[in-house]
Design a protein around this ligand. Structure first.
Ligand code: DQQ
Length: 463
């Protein structure tokens, strides 16, 4: 129709067509960054899950490669699901992934490159002895998935962890192995949090307390904390916490039990799930990928022929200023995309106002913005504010931000905004996006004149 065309992204990774979900097995090998991903080759909805594959020299420009693994064995015929790569000290790559079997049981499988001299890692061999792990007796057959990258313990054995649940308690099982073919399950969990449900796509890695460098997954010792991240199946939110890992008993303890995994920090407050990190030995940093799932409907996805994108990969470091969270930033390579720039300084944004910025003509924008805020209203304590109220709910300091993808009349827009609030622990700021002022493509809009502030009216389509 006249008002609307489906647009693809230019720099967020997405396949040429069809459905994509979790990032899988990211790694750096012989000069190439590899990204595998959950991919349906046949349709723009979830199903027939294979491992799509792409490589990049800079994490920004991607080359599509043939599908790396398809469901063709009894142990993965219902899907080659999420998994992670481990690079052994001699350079060998070990890939572990979840297979959904012919009976829809979740098992773990081993795969490795057919030709390690191939920098593109085009062909993958599934180990003939698969599956290498089946659900332990006390675990549900459909609650056993997404093995992490392995780390080496002080005894030289490898460890990896797999998310699951017991009743409503989210847990992460620990296995030890020397050859990735046979494993020993430890009696104790890496960690467990009641009420958090099934843990998908667990990620577990060290961060340097001085906040300056990324660490390889096996790093331990003084000056190191560990991040434990779980993707909560019940709420589809990635949560993490920072804590201490004890290599002697393979248990992790959160620094602050009140901010434990699943009940405290979210990894991201927008559309984001199933994240996975890897260590980049080339630039000595830890990079995190995340799946940006769709806000639109399945029928829209089918019409446009694709669904979802990956985030721009982000570098992650421990925040040594607060000591309670990580900081993440798009990889530095993104800077290479900046060409022309327009700078606005000292723009005053009065409460309830929208200030247009004339950026001329552009098809892509990378916006870097700094805000100074003034307290509005009483400055009363406002515990509990997050992103969920969208951009309309007012708090003492805003919200404030940028309206992107905005129609001239502001009838359609996406607020990318900050919400600061006064809490007993100081000012708390969330970085949010509000996709609810969705595009109305049958053009007849309920008229409204004040889309960002004050009003509770939102964009409604009369279709
Ligand atoms: N996606 C995969 C699973 C994982 C889920 C299946 C998370 O392995 O638990 O596509 O989005």
């Amino acid at each position: 129709n006249a008002m609307f065309t489906w647009q693809r992204t230019s720099f967020h990774f997405q396949p040429e067509k069809n459905w994509m979900n979790d990032p899988n097995g990211p790694l750096f090998y012989k000069g190439w960054y590899h990204l595998f991903y959950q991919y349906n080759p046949d349709s723009a909805v979830w199903g027939n899950i294979t491992w799509g594959h792409a490589v990049s020299a800079d994490l920004i420009h991607w080359l599509y490669l043939p599908i790396a693994m398809v469901p063709d064995q009894w142990y993965d015929i219902n899907g080659v699901w999420t998994g992670s790569a481990t690079i052994l000290p001699d350079g060998q790559i070990v890939m572990l992934y979840t297979g959904s079997t012919d009976k829809s049981v979740q098992v773990q499988n081993l795969a490795y490159p057919a030709d390690p001299s191939d920098p593109l890692l085009l062909d993958w061999v599934k180990y003939p002895g698969n599956p290498v792990l089946v659900p332990p007796r006390h675990i549900g057959p459909k609650d056993f998935r997404d093995p992490t990258t392995a780390w080496a313990g002080p005894d030289g054995k490898w460890r990896l962890t797999i998310g699951s649940k017991i009743g409503k308690t989210g847990i992460s099982l620990v296995y030890q192995t020397t050859d990735f073919k046979t494993y020993e399950l430890l009696d104790e969990y890496l960690h467990a949090v009641p009420g958090t449900g099934m843990w998908e796509c667990v990620d577990f890695y060290p961060v340097a307390i001085n906040g300056s460098v990324g660490l390889d997954t096996s790093a331990t010792g003084p000056g190191i904390k560990h991040v434990l991240k779980a993707s909560l199946d019940d709420t589809k939110v990635d949560h993490y916490a920072i804590g201490t890992y004890n290599p002697a008993n393979d248990k992790w303890t959160p620094d602050n039990p009140e901010e434990d995994v699943g009940i405290g920090l979210k990894w991201d407050y927008g559309r984001y799930y199933a994240s996975k990190s890897f260590y980049d030995p080339y630039k000595k940093r830890r990079i995190v990928w995340g799946w940006i799932n769709e806000t639109d409907t399945e029928s829209d996805d089918l019409e446009k022929g694709w669904a979802s994108v990956q985030t721009i990969p982000r570098t992650v470091l421990y925040d040594n200023k607060t000591g309670s969270n990580v900081v993440q930033w798009p990889v530095e390579e993104i800077e290479s995309l900046r060409q022309n720039s327009t700078v606005f300084e000292e723009v005053v944004v009065e409460p309830g106002s929208v200030v247009p910025l004339d950026i001329g003509v552009a098809t892509q924008l990378d916006i870097s913005a700094e805000f100074e805020t003034e307290l509005l209203g009483s400055g009363a304590m406002e515990e509990g504010y997050g992103c969920s109220g969208g951009a309309i709910d007012r708090s003492a300091m805003g919200p404030f931000g940028l309206l992107v993808n905005a129609h001239d009349s502001l009838s359609e827009l996406t607020p990318i905004f900050f919400r600061s609030s006064n809490t007993t622990k100081g000012t708390n700021t969330y970085f949010c996006a509000d996709e609810t002022r969705f595009v109305c493509f049958e053009s007849e809009l309920i008229p409204f004149d004040c889309p960002f502030e004050v009003s509770n009216r939102i964009c409604k389509c009369l279709i």
